[in-house]
Design a protein. Structure first.
Ligand code: ZN
Length: 409
C-alpha cells in the first residue's frame, strides 16, 4: 500500500471521489468540536452508480465520526475506526434490506435505534444501504426521524440516484447530498497500480473497459475468467442476431451470471468473515468467555444473514453490468454508424461494433438498445431472468431484419 493511501486512513478506500472525501473530512472534523450536536447535519444521502462506493463512503464517514485519534478523523487505526469498518462498532448500525424492500419491521428497528444515545461512540450512526428499497410506509417513518433527529444521531442513506423513483422527494430534501461520481479511467488505473501492483499498461486497459467499476477493473486485470465472461456477454451482441444462436446464447448468459456471482461472493464473504474475526479479537470488553462466545455466534449469524440478503441484489447488479456492457456495444455501433467521435464504451471492440453497424440501420441499433433497457426493467419487475433475456434476443433479432436492415427503411 502506498504512503498516499495510508495517509488517507479509511478514506483510502474511495477512488476518484476527491470532492466528497474533502466534504466528509471537513464535516467529521467540525463534528468533533460540536459537543451539543446542534451544528451537525443529521441526515446524509450518498448517491452513485454501482461500483462508485456509495456505501463504502458512508461507512468511512461513520468511522471518521467515531474516530478517537487526535489526528485527522478516520485514521483507520484506532479501535473506533477498525470496529466501524469491521461491522462491530456498537454505535454504528448498518441496515441492509432483506430482499427487495426495507420492511416495516426493519424500519421500526431503525427508528428505535435512532432514538438511543450512543453508548461508547461519539454518535449513534445508522447506515441505510439501498435506501431506494424503502417502501413508501418505511420512507415516511424514516422521514419523522430525519425531521426531528436526536442530538447525537446521524443517519446515512445510500441510493443509486436522487431520482424520485429511488428516493422520496421530501426525504431527499432533508438530507445533505453527497454525489459520488463514476471514477475516471485514470484514477481506477492508479488504484490498480498502487494497491495491486499491476503494471501501468495492463491497469490502464482493464480500467478503460471496466465501466467505471474498480472491483470489476481489478478482476478484469487479474482474472482470466472475468475477461472470458465479458467476452461472452459482448458476443451476445452478435449472437442475438441469428435465430439459431440467439436462445442458446441467452441461456449461456444466465449460466455464466450464476457462476460469476458465486465466484465473486466466495472471496468477499471470506474477507468479511475475516474482518469480523479481527474486530472481535481486538475487542477487549471484559465480558465472560461464554458471553463473548454467544455474542460472536450471533454476530456471525447476522453477517451470514446480511450476506444472503445481499445475494439477490448482487446477482441483479451483475446482470445490470452485463446489460450495460451490451447496450454499450450497440451504442458504440450507433456512434460508428452516425460517424460520431465520442469515446467508445468498449475501445477494444471497435471491429465488432463496426460489423454490427454494417448489418442494420441506426434505427435498428436504437431498437437493440431499447430491447436491452427493456430487459433490465423486466428483471427489476421480477420477470424470470431467462424469459426476459429470451424476449430481449427476439427483439434484437428483429432489429436486424427488414425494415431495419435496409438503410433508412
Ligand atoms: Zn480512527
Amino acid at each position: 500500500m502506498s504512503t498516499e493511501v495510508a495517509e488517507r486512513g479509511v478514506f483510502g478506500r474511495l477512488v476518484g471521489q476527491h470532492d466528497v472525501e474533502q466534504s466528509l473530512r471537513d464535516a467529521a472534523l467540525s463534528a468533533r468540536g460540536d459537543s451539543s450536536g446542534s451544528e451537525m447535519t443529521h441526515a446524509w444521502l450518498f448517491t452513485g452508480p454501482p461500483g462508485s462506493g456509495r456505501s463504502v463512503a458512508a461507512l468511512c464517514f461513520a468511522a471518521a465520526l467515531q474516530c478517537t485519534s487526535d489526528g485527522a478523523p478516520g485514521c483507520g487505526e484506532c479501535h473506533a475506526c477498525t470496529t466501524t469498518m469491521g461491522g462491530t462498532h456498537g454505535d454504528v448500525r448498518r441496515i441492509i434490506p432483506d430482499g427487495l424492500s426495507i420492511s416495516v419491521k426493519g424500519m421500526r428497528e431503525i427508528v428505535n435505534i435512532a432514538s438511543r444515545r450512543p453508548t461508547t461512540g461519539r454518535w449513534q450512526v445508522i447506515v441505510v444501504e439501498d435506501a431506494d428499497r424503502l417502501t413508501e410506509g418505511a420512507a415516511n417513518a424514516l422521514l419523522k426521524v430525519v425531521e426531528e433527529p436526536p442530538d447525537r444521531t446521524v443517519i446515512l442513506l445510500c441510493a443509486p440516484t436522487t431520482d424520485p423513483e429511488d428516493m422520496s422527494v421530501t426525504l431527499r430534501s432533508r438530507c445533505r447530498h453527497m454525489p459520488l461520481v463514476t471514477p475516471s479511467v485514470e484514477s481506477i488505473a492508479q488504484v490498480l497500480i498502487d494497491r495491486d501492483g499491476l503494471d501501468p499498461e495492463r491497469a490502464r486497459i482493464a480500467a478503460s473497459i471496466s465501466g467505471g467499476h474498480v472491483g470489476r477493473a481489478r478482476r478484469l486485470a487479474t482474472d482470466e475468467s472475468a475477461r472470458d465472461e465479458r467476452q461472452r456477454s459482448l458476443r451476445l451482441a452478435a449472437d442475438a442476431i441469428g435465430a439459431s444462436t440467439a436462445y442458446k446464447a441467452a441461456e449461456n448468459l444466465v449460466k455464466s451470471i450464476e457462476a460469476d456471482t458465486k465466484a465473486f461472493y466466495a472471496e468477499l464473504k471470506e474477507q468479511e468473515l475475516e474482518e469480523l474475526k479481527v474486530s472481535l479479537g481486538g475487542g477487549g470488553t471484559g465480558k465472560g468467555t461464554a458471553g463473548t462466545l454467544r455474542g460472536s455466534a450471533g454476530l456471525i449469524k447476522d453477517l451470514e444473514a446480511r450476506q444472503k440478503s445481499r445475494d439477490t441484489r448482487a446477482r441483479r447488479d451483475l446482470l445490470d453490468r452485463t446489460l450495460i456492457d451490451l447496450a454499450g456495444m450497440y451504442r458504440d455501433a450507433l456512434s460508428y454508424s452516425l460517424g460520431s467521435t465520442s469515446t467508445a464504451t468498449h475501445p477494444d471492440m471497435a471491429r465488432q461494433a463496426a460489423e454490427l453497424a454494417a448489418r442494420t440501420s441506426p434505427e435498428g441499433l436504437l431498437k437493440c438498445i431499447e430491447a436491452v433497457l427493456e430487459c433490465r426493467e423486466a428483471v427489476d419487475f421480477n420477470v424470470k431472468l431467462q424469459w426476459a433475456l429470451d424476449a430481449m434476443v427476439a427483439s434484437i433479432g428483429a432489429a436486424f431484419r427488414p425494415p431495419f436492415s435496409r438503410s433508412g427503411g
